[in-house]
Design a protein around this ligand. Sequence first.
Ligand code: CTP
Ligand SMILES: C[C@](O)(CO)[C@H](O)COP(=O)(O)O
Length: 238
Amino acid sequence: MSLRDQLVFWVVIPAAGVGSRMRADRPKQYLLLGERSIIEHTLDCFLDHPALSGLVVCIAPDDPYWPALPCARDTRVQLAPGGRERCDSVLSGLQRLDELGANEHDWVLVHDAARPNLAREDLDRLLAELADDPVGGLLAVPARDTLKRVGPDGRVVETVDRSVIWQAFTPQMFRLGMLCDALEAALASRMQVTDEASALEWAGHSPRVVEGRADNLKVTRPEDLEWLAQRWKTDRES
Ligand SMILES: Nc1ccn([C@@H]2O[C@H](COP(=O)(O)OP(=O)(O)OP(=O)(O)O)[C@@H](O)[C@H]2O)c(=O)n1
Ligand SMILES: C[C@](O)(CO)[C@H](O)COP(=O)(O)O
């Protein structure tokens, strides 16, 4: 049996943000996409996967929304307390995986609660491409627009060579021990860690990018949810 056939993985879903850029009446992961919340759609992609070992959702300690969701009663879903920054929430989730019996060599996928449109094909491609990778990696998409570096005065400084620029998405997939060590070291050095891969890079590793769909977007601003909702409506009507 190949490594790819026997691969199992754990999932950490950082879901403790306030969604300030959405300017909504609740954290964006609890806004509706169709009849269900964004976070419920996000969990769907993982909960039915045959290789899933366990899944941890990191929520704010005072989160009043999570308990009302049906998935809050799903025994496959465990909780961990979110932290001040996304990376703190992720580290908390990784520590919960350790308590659940994950070992340092197990694969862990970290996926934003705010990315409800992850395609199963992308998840399976990520798992297949990285199953025997020595470091791990992430879903990403190559830059498609002309990119400008802009100065503090709001004027263009230069046009950036976009042929080597990719947008980092999630899931990001690393082995539990390597990820914990890299995150703890990066945070101890007061590094600004906005994704798991940057902590691995800081530790001297070179994560691999796996090209994914550009519609695996992170709901960040109101227009992101408007676009997804329209897409959702169109798909359901077709
Ligand atoms: N302290 C934090 C901050 C963010 N997140 C999660 O990390 C993901 C990506 O972060 P982002 O899009 O920045 O979410 P928010 O921090 O909620 O958004 P904003 O920056 O607009 O407040 C989200 O699912 C969010 O819930 C988290 O678990 N813990
Ligand atoms: C992890 C991430 O989604 C990769 O693009 C991104 O870094 C999250 O950043 P945010 O500022 O927490 O949204």
